[in-house]
Ligand binder design. Structure first.
Ligand SMILES: NC(=O)C1=CN([C@@H]2O[C@H](COP(=O)(O)OP(=O)(O)OC[C@H]3O[C@@H](n4cnc5c(N)ncnc54)[C@H](O)[C@@H]3O)[C@@H](O)[C@H]2O)C=CC1
Ligand SMILES: O=C(O)CCC(=O)C(=O)O
Length: 388
């Protein structure tokens, strides 16, 4: 029996796929796999038996990726599985920033008991008039799964779209409408955009990427939308830009005390991926990826180990997975151990990603304890798994 711990509410559409060899547990110490959404894992101790963490979502800033890699714990995410949900809320955010929808609806609620509400509304509505988004310019920062969907949808709505992403993958670039103008300078994007939307991961390199300088060069009266993470925007600079009217509205999915103290904000409680469809998609993808790793050692969509697929574990013989540091001479040391104990390798894959590497080997006989002990003793080996 394998035990899985859910640190957040995970859709049963995913966990139901685990099957009868698995059991959900509240005790993380017992778990070989963890399913998580936004729960903070940085200060958690990683149980010895933990093999995999699957993030049912895109952002992995709540998970200590390097600490997990060094403990031989593979971390997965679910690229694109919730992108449509976020795209729809970004479009909604842009409309909320453009029209007096929220104050207009609040006015109606306040006058709910008035018998003359219909007549009064016709007079009151001029206070809630807005502007159309068609014909305006949207700057999209980050053209991955979400940014590309937002950019394409905005084109369909008649907007001019500027796209900025120095690291865009070829696959993501292919998904973009040819009408999206590729701009290589962030200042140019900000200077020309009536609306700016940020879709980049939260990392040290992106912390405060929208700061005092960026808000200074931004088009006066623009709206900024942040459905990525709070740390991407410098709060003090945003508060100042809103007060000065340089930014007309800040729409954010991240409620913090600093943001709540700012004027002209529309703040949501991290709702971007909160749709039944996105929660199901993420849970299914996270569960299947984790299951394939636990049962076969295959790695797909990991954010701290390389991809590796050797298909189902062999019906005969054994399969061994070695999670190790990406340093010279590891492969020869690993294969040397197989020679020493007289184990015959039928097939192997060795892949590296950043500081981590993964070697998976199929044998014509089951792995022995001696083999595992010798592999584990190699300096730089983080974990040895007998997959089968
Ligand atoms: N509000 C919510 O509920 C949700 C928020 N998110 C957030 O949105 C972020 C983006 O999600 P996806 O589009 O699915 O990720 P993704 O990985 O598909 O795309 C991220 C893009 O950002 C680009 N990028 C990285 N650094 C950059 C920089 N300095 N300047 C410009 N572009 C840069 C990358 O090249 C990549 O194309 C996630 O990391 C997460 O933090 C994601 C899903 C739901
Ligand atoms: O699970 C959620 O609701 C948050 C989704 C999110 O922020 C992400 O996927 O990065």
């Amino acid at each position: 029996m394998r035990y899985i711990n859910c640190l957040n509410n995970i859709s049963a559409k995913g966990t139901d796929l685990l099957g009868s060899d698995y059991q959900l547990t509240d005790d993380i110490a017992q778990a070989s796999g963890v399913l998580v959404r936004s729960a903070a894992m940085h200060d958690m101790d990683l149980p010895e038996g933990l093999l995999a963490v699957a993030r049912a979502g895109a952002g992995v800033n709540n998970i200590p990726l390097d600490k997990c890699a060094e403990a031989g714990v593979v971390v997965f995410n679910t690229p694109g599985a919730n992108a449509n949900a976020v795209k729809e809320l970004v479009l909604c955010g842009m409309l909320l920033a453009s029209r007096g929808i929220l104050p207009g609806a609040a006015w109606c609620r306040e006058h709910a008991d008035s018998p003359t509400i219909g007549k009064d509304a016709e007079k009151a509505k001029k206070a809630f008039a807005g502007q159309e988004i068609s014909g305006k310019t949207l700057g999209v920062i980050g053209l991955g799964a979400i940014g590309a969907l937002v950019a394409n949808a905005a084109i369909d709505l008649g907007m001019n779209v500027l796209g900025y992403d120095p690291y865009v993958s070829a696959e993501a670039a292919w998904r973009l409408s040819p009408s999206v103008e590729h701009v290589t300078n962030l200042d140019d994007v900000l200077h020309r955009s009536d609306y700016v939307t940020i879709h980049v991961p939260a990392m040290d390199s992106t912390r405060g990427m929208i700061g005092a300088h960026e808000l200074e060069v931004a088009k006066p009266g623009c709206a900024v939308m942040n459905f990525s993470r709070d740390t991407l925007v410098d709060n003090a600079a945003m508060a100042e830009a809103l007060e000065a009217g340089r930014v007309a509205t800040y729409v954010t999915d991240f409620a913090t005390p600093e943001v709540m103290a700012m004027q002209n904000t529309i703040v949501l409680p991290h709702l971007g991926a909160s749709t039944a469809e996105a929660e199901d998609n993420c849970a299914i993808m996270a569960t299947l990826q984790m299951k394939d790793y636990l049962e076969n050692g295959n790695i797909k969509n990991s954010v701290n180990y390389p991809a590796c697929d050797m298909g189902p574990a062999p019906a005969q013989g054994g399969r061994v997975a070695v999670l190790h540091a990406n340093v010279p001479d590891m492969l020869s040391q690993i294969t040397g151990v197989f020679g020493e104990v007289g184990a015959n390798i039928d097939n192997l894959t060795n892949k590296a990603r950043g500081n981590a590497a993964y070697t998976m080997l199929d044998l014509n006989a089951p792995a022995t304890d001696e083999l595992v002990a010798k592999l584990t003793a190699i300096e730089g080996v983080h974990r040895v798994r007998i997959v089968k």
